[in-house]
Design a protein around this ligand. Structure first.
Ligand code: HEM
Length: 217
């Protein structure tokens, strides 16, 4: 399979910063359209929708980094932290939009919504689970937590599943867009389960010819 040309190492850090910059463009556009009264229909709902859908996109993108490396040998691990943090920023903005614009900081109504409307309970659970992941998305935490860091960050799959479920439950009729995200998250979860045996077989296949050469240890 033809390989993508590798990005020179000296551009790695700049490319990650560019990702943060480009990743925040949809939020900036949504803020601009909202502030200038150019959002269609119910502007608050539209604003919430834009932030929520980008949160889901970044959650899914974060989880595709590993299968892309396993299946195509493309190593974009350096972008995973930025994608995960962008997902967190979008969920936080989506939550703030709900709290400030939708509920106008009516705390009892917000608490009642979280307790009584299952799709909001699920969304809230996803936001709460994202907090420890965002706080430990730094090199210091990776070194300090060791293998526990990997265990903790597996929560990203639960969060993405909760996000896709929340999206599907927020609508009256589940349409192609909701199905797409449910399908993508299901595929990513299945890959997580199939990954270990797949990689083991790949390693075995790679070492088999070496073992077959007579005299080679
Ligand atoms: C991982 C976390 C979350 C993700 C990925 C997410 C994503 C989404 C998406 C894509 C929608 C559909 C928007 C639409 O089509 O109109 C939505 C709707 C909604 N979300 Fe979230 N959300 C998350 C967390 C939260 C939280 C924490 C809250 C508030 C506690 C919340 C409140 C809402 C509300 C109220 C709606 C419905 C808006 C409407 O009435 O159209 N979400 N969310």
């Amino acid at each position: 399979m033809p390989r993508l040309p590798a990005l020179a190492k000296r551009y790695h850090s700049a490319s990650v910063w560019a990702l943060y910059g480009f990743g925040l463009v949809p939020a900036a556009v949504a803020f601009y359209l909202g502030a200038t009264g150019q959002l269609p229909g119910n502007p608050v709902k539209e604003f919430e929708h834009l932030l929520g859908i980008w949160a889901l996109r970044f959650l899914v993108a974060t989880l595709t980094i590993t299968p892309i490396r396993d299946l195509f040998g493309i190593n974009w691990l350096r972008y995973r932290r930025a994608l995960g943090l962008l997902a967190f920023y979008y969920v936080l903005m989506h939550f703030l939009a709900y709290m400030l614009l939708d509920q106008v900081l009516n705390v009892p109504a917000i608490l009642a919504d979280i307790a009584r409307r299952p799709f909001i309970t699920i969304g809230m659970a996803a936001l709460v689970m994202l907090i420890p992941l965002a706080l430990t998305s730094n090199t210091w935490s990776i070194r300090r937590l060791g293998t526990r860091w990997n265990t903790l960050h597996r929560l990203a799959y639960v969060i993405a599943a909760a996000g896709a479920l929340h999206f599907s439950m927020s609508v009256k009729v589940v349409g192609p867009e909701q199905m797409l995200y449910l399908g993508l998250v299901a595929a990513l979860l299945l890959w997580r389960l199939a990954r270990k045996p797949y990689l083991r077989r790949k390693r075995q296949a790679a070492s088999a010819p070496a073992r077959a050469i007579p005299g080679k240890v």
